[in-house]
Ligand binder design. Sequence first.
Ligand code: CU
Length: 481
Amino acid sequence: MATPESNSRQADSWPNTGSSRREFLCRASLVAAALATKPVEYAFAVTQTGSPATRNAPAGAEISPDYRLEISEVEWELSPKKKIRTAAYNGQIPGPLLRLTEGKPVRIEIANRLDRAEIVHWHGQWIPVDVDGAMEEGSPMIAPGGRTRIAFTPRPSGLHWYHTHAGANRNLKLGLYSGLFGAILVDPPSNPARYDAEQFLVLHDWEPYYSASDDGSLMVSYVCGSINGRLLGHDAPMQVRPGQRVLFQILNASATETHWLTLPGHQFQVLALDGAPVPTQAKVDALRLGPAERVTALVTMNNPGVWILGEPRDGFRNAGMGTIVEYAGRSGKPQFTPPAALAWDYRTFADPVPAVRTPDVTIPLVFTSSFKGHGALDKWMINGKSWPETPPILLRQGLRHRLIFDNRSMDDHPVHLHRHNFELVSIRGAALSGVHKDVVIVEAETKVEVDLLANNPGDTLFHCHQQDHMDAGFMALFRYA
Ligand SMILES: [Cu+2]
C-alpha cells in the first residue's frame, strides 16, 4: 500500500505562501480557457519553414491542419497576485484540449516562437518514431522560430496528453517545469455517453527550486501548484447538481511530483488508467497520480455543499493544488476534510482473479542512483549505465517481453514507455492482470513486473518521467532487433 510517506524524498509540504488568507470566491474572469473543446481557430504568420520536421512531414500534411499549436513565452496569471513567466501552447495553461477520434488521422501544425529548439511528444499514442516527439528516437526538433506539420492516426482511445520533450538539466525554466503541456482525449469511434458532465483537471507545480533532501543531495521543490492553471480559489467553481454523474479526466502534468486528490464526502469510481479501461471499476476515496499518469473516474454528486476537490496534504493544497465544487443553490466557505487514509494499489482495479501470462523473453532493469555528493544531483542508472551510455534494450517483434523493474533506490520512479503500453503483471511479488498503462510508479525498493507486447516497430524511449531523474541519465532506448 502506498502512502505519501513512502516517497521518502518528496517534499511533503511547501513553504507557506499565505494561501490561508486567500480569498476563495474569485469567480469572475478566470474561467479556464484551457478547456476549449474545439480546434483552436486563429491565424499566425509563418516566418520560417523548412525545418527538418517539415521536410519529413508525412503525405497529406500539407492540407490545412486540424489543430495549430504555437509555442511562445507568456505571462500567466495563476492568481491576481501570482503571475509567472513561462512557455505555453497557444498562450494558455494548460494548452488547448485536443479532442481526437481513434483511427481518424489528424494533422497538427506546430509553430515555435521561442529562441530555442522545441519538440512536442504525443504521450500515450501508438504512433511512428518520426512524429512521436523524442529526439532520442530520431524525431526532429523544431528550430527556433520554425514550424512543422505532422500527421498521425490517434490510437488508442482514452485520456492522453502532449508535452515538451526537451531536456531541462539544471535550468528549472525548461522542459516540463514550463507550461508546455495539454490534455488529449481520443474518443473511440462510437462513445455512448454514460455521464452527465465531463470535467478535465490538469495538475502542475510551479516555481521550482532546489532544496536538500535527507541525504544532502539536491531535489526539486515548488512554491505553488495549480489545477487547470489556477491556484485554488482563483478559478470559477465547478457547478454541479445533486445526482449528477460527472466524469473526471485527470492528468498529472507535474515535472516531478506525485499528487493525491480527494473530494470530501464523495468517491471516485475509476474507469480507466492512462486512458485504458480497467477490468474492476472500483470506488476509492483518494486518487494517486504520479507525474504523467492519468485517471478517468466517475463521481456521483450525492453530498450537497461547497467542497474543495484537492490535494489532501495541507502543504500542497494550501499552495494552490485544488479546485472548488459547488452544488446548485449552495454557498459559503468551501469545506475540506482529509480522508481517513491515503491508499493506492493498482491491484484494486485489476482482474478479480489474475490471469497467468507466460513471457517469451524476460528483461531485468535495475534502477540505481550514484550519490554525487552534497549539493549535487544524483546520477541515475539502468543496469549500471546512465544515458547516453545505456546500451539499447533489444525487442523482438510479436513477442511478449516481461520487463522487471527492480528499483533499488530510495525514490519512487514513474517510469514511462513511449509508443506502447504494458500490462502490470506483479507488484511486490503479488500477481495482477488487466491493468494496462504507459506510466507506472515503481515505489522505492520494490519490484514491478510488466508485460510488453512488441508490436510497434521503431526505436522506443523508456525513461523515468521525473524531469530531474530523466535529465540525470534515467533513460534507455528499446530497439527492435
Ligand atoms: Cu525517477
